[in-house]
Write a protein that binds this ligand. Structure first.
Ligand SMILES: NC(=O)c1ccc[n+]([C@@H]2O[C@H](COP(=O)([O-])OP(=O)(O)OC[C@H]3O[C@@H](n4cnc5c(N)ncnc54)[C@H](O)[C@@H]3O)[C@@H](O)[C@H]2O)c1
Ligand SMILES: [Zn+2]
Ligand SMILES: [Zn+2]
Length: 365
């Protein structure tokens, strides 16, 4: 897809009735209650993250189990669930090694727009089979998902809050705890205060990092960052962010995170990292973008660059843990929720995200 702006006029997402086949073996029918709009959805719409079309988009959601297929043992009817945007097969070499975010079968199914079983359950009114988005397809009243895509959650949680744990929180907080393993008292800088970056700031605060430096190009995003735990805020439009971070931290932060999705911002993040420090990249630039850094600096300065997909999470271990931390007041996740909208307004929501005027917009059903 690569539709013209505004999306409210070009309508990249069509809201229509589709038919949904019953769940097969190991599959579950879920009524979606809340679905967040993530930048990765926008990247499908603007073509920077190409996917097989047509597709029922959306990958950050919560809902209620309404029906289970044969051999479903992990969830039952009436359970409340959050989706993991990588189905975790539990059997492949990555799952066995504790690297659920890299699940081989899950990645293959996601690229193909299939459920873990290889099935596709949506058909549009032209008779075309529609692809699943990351095994979730959240922008729909009902969806069918593999049980391996589901994490059962505490029923006391509001669906609008719960949805955020499926992508923004698992990714941002997971990058702090799992990918970088940020130690208390070490310095953190985060570029990009969207849902993912703000979650990283919250995670850094919960980890006891200091200082925590937020970087964005918009003042309101920086204000929000301070509300959720940043000790310093830098507007990269007005200030040389790398120089300012080096100044605050006496030579660069020990842990620097890029959550914009820009290879040029990733270079800035690298340049803001201390000798011996770690640069973590969470953003997803288009596949043709290359990273240019001095190769020798990795050796001479003992630098590390780590990629972090889905927060290097094990969803069934980490989502309940982060929910419990939220309930205990340690992760102010609700601050991510800036807008609530109905499915009919989803293209307006994509315009708003494209203008960086929203953090998480939640579609409710
Ligand atoms: N690694 C993963 O598993 C994973 C999961 C979800 C999202 N993502 C990716 O993470 C990125 C962020 O997602 P999001 O939903 O938080 O996005 P978002 O659009 O909500 O936030 C991006 C933020 O970056 C800011 N920004 C733009 N240009 C900037 C610059 N030059 N310097 C500093 N800040 C700048 C914007 O103002 C905005 O606040 C995207 O690339 C998305 O595809 C990755
Ligand atoms: Zn996402
Ligand atoms: Zn696996």
């Amino acid at each position: 897809m690569n539709q013209s702006l505004p999306y409210a006029t070009s309508l990249p997402l069509v809201v229509d009735e589709v038919s949904l086949a019953a769940p097969g073996a190991g599959e579950v029918l879920i009524e979606i209650k809340a679905a967040g709009i993530c930048h990765s959805d926008l990247s499908v719409v603007n073509g920077s993250r190409p996917r097989v079309m047509p597709m029922v988009l959306g990958h950050e959601a919560s809902g209620i189990v309404r029906e289970v297929g044969q051999n479903v043992a992990e969830v039952a009817v009436d359970d409340h669930v959050v989706f993991s945007f990588v189905p975790v097969c539990g059997l492949c070499k990555f799952c066995i090694a504790g690297r659920a975010a890299l699940c081989e079968r899950g990645a293959r199914a996601n690229v193909a727009g299939e459920l873990l079983s290889g099935a596709k359950r949506f058909t549009n009114n032209l008779g075309q089979v529609c692809n699943h988005h990351l095994g979730v397809s959240a922008f729909s009243q009902f969806t069918v998902a593999a049980q391996e895509s589901l994490v059962k959650i505490d029923k006391s949680l509001l669906f609008e809050s719960a949805a955020l744990f499926g992508c923004a929180v698992m990714t941002g907080v997971g990058a702090i705890f799992n990918t970088a393993r940020v130690a208390a008292g070490t310095s953190v800088a985060v570029f990009g205060m969207g849902g993912v970056g703000l979650s990283a700031v919250m995670g850094a605060r919960a980890a006891g990092a200091f200082p925590i430096i937020a970087v964005d190009v918009l003042e309101d995003k920086l204000d929000l960052a301070k509300e959720v735990g940043a000790t310093h805020a830098i507007n990269a439009k007005e200030t040389d962010a790398a120089a300012a971070i080096k100044d605050i931290t006496d030579g660069g932060a020990e842990n620097v995170f890029e959550s914009v999705g820009s290879e040029t911002v990733l270079v800035q993040a690298y340049n803001s990292t201390r000798r011996g420090g770690t640069t973590v990249t969470l953003g997803l630039p288009a596949p043709d973008k290359m990273l240019m850094i001095p190769a020798v600096s990795l050796v001479a300065e003992e630098r590390k660059i780590l990629g972090s997909y889905m927060g290097s999470a094990i969803p069934r271990r980490d989502i309940p843990k982060y929910i419990a931390m939220f309930q205990a007041g340690l992760l102010p996740v609700d601050k991510l929720h800036t807008h609530t909208l109905k499915l009919d307004d989803i293209n307006v929501g994509f315009d708003r995200l494209n203008r960086a005027e929203a953090v998480r917009q939640i579609v409710t059903f």
